[in-house]
Write a protein that binds this ligand. Structure first.
Ligand SMILES: [Zn+2]
Length: 357
């Protein structure tokens, strides 16, 4: 009895990540289902190789982090990086230089905007909050931060994967989450748990109950699969499937993956959906340059300046439109730029090209 009681107290003490409610992206006109499914699975994903800078609110007492909390955040980024991914993470002190801005407002829960949605947040606002003590051991500690970074990398909640086939005792779920310490409204519980995500964004993926993006659930909430009626506790840390998935979206980039891009040399994109090409651009003359794709396709194109600490210079995403990705910007002689081009979809395989002029 005693051990049961203490286990249920611990379970009740679990606090859950509550994602901000943002509208799903709407596309104009009728879009072919295959194209839509590729867009839905890729449109919040970063160009691979992006250096994501993160910063803390040292000047804002309400959002400030202790050194111990900052250390947990560093370890959490390291946890993802150790998997061997092409993304880089760098701590910066200036908020306006950071894509990821992490606040520690107590009582505001743990949350992050999803993938590239963080770019839509004003530069003095949080893109992530860690609202409880993440320096403690257990699922509310380091794994909470790893989970929130997972959202920042573009991963949604795994328990909302429509392929999971979870049937909830919905009223029990609403009641459990309305109770302390979460105190959620029905809308929050629906958004983060009950709502099934778009099947198109999970195409081909099987359910991973051990994913870092999966919540633990106490007994009495899951009706099906029956094996989880007594509760579900994902194994700590990144699951094997998490590691495969993140490497899928962000494979390591080797020096040999870069090609030199010269003006007026047409490049055919011989990659499949989700694939990315990486180019080095080193203009011999300063001036205004254009980069543009040709063909019926959806791509995201991002230009960075510098190699050791590349900085975002310009980007364009033509996904879901009849336009092509296009960048026009001033480049300087003898500086080095990196152009990354990720393909979402193309009408005819191999019929997309890139030109710089
Ligand atoms: Zn979450």
């Amino acid at each position: 009895m005693a051990s049961n009681a203490s286990r249920s107290t611990r379970k009740n003490a679990k606090q859950f990540c509550s994602l901000p409610i943002t509208p799903d992206r709407q596309f104009e006109g009728r879009i072919d289902p295959n194209r839509l499914s590729l867009l839905r699975s890729l449109d919040r994903v970063w160009a691979n190789g992006t250096v994501l800078h993160y910063a803390f609110f040292d000047d804002k007492p309400r959002w400030r982090a202790t050194d111990a909390e900052k250390e947990v955040v560093r370890q959490a980024f390291e946890t993802w990086k150790k998997v061997g991914i092409g993304l880089e993470f760098e701590h910066v002190t200036r908020l306006e230089e950071a894509e990821i801005r992490i606040g520690f407002q107590a009582g505001d829960g743990a949350w992050s905007y999803l993938g590239r949605d963080i770019l839509d947040q004003p530069s003095q606002e949080r893109t992530m909050n860690l609202g409880w003590d993440v320096t403690l051991d257990g699922p509310n500690g380091l794994d909470t931060v790893v989970h929130e970074i997972g959202h920042t990398l573009g991963f949604p909640h795994e328990h909302q994967n429509p392929n999971a086939g979870i049937a909830w005792d919905e009223e029990a779920v609403y009641a459990a989450l309305a109770a302390p310490p979460n105190g959620w409204t029905r809308a929050q519980t629906f958004h983060n748990i009950i709502r099934k995500l778009d099947p198109q964004s999970f195409e081909g993926s099987t359910w991973d109950p051990d994913s870092i993006m999966h919540y633990p659930f106490e007994a009495g909430l899951i009706v099906e699969p029956a094996d989880y009626r007594n509760g579900l506790d994902p194994a700590p840390g990144l699951s094997d499937i998490d590691q495969v998935e993140v490497r899928n979206f962000y494979p390591p980039i080797l020096p040999t993956d870069y090609e030199r891009l010269e003006p007026l040399s047409l490049q055919r994109l011989e990659i499949g959906p989700g694939g990315q090409l990486n180019y080095v651009v080193r203009p011999e003359v300063s001036g205004t340059y254009n980069f543009r794709t040709f063909g019926l396709s959806d791509t995201v194109m991002v230009l960075f300046e510098g190699v050791d600490h590349p900085r975002f210079l310009a980007g364009d995403d033509d996904s879901g439109t009849s336009l092509n990705a296009s960048i026009r910007t001033r480049l300087f002689a003898d500086r080095t730029y990196l152009l990354r081009l990720r393909l979402y979809w193309e009408q005819d395989e191999g019929r997309t090209a890139l030109l710089m002029w």
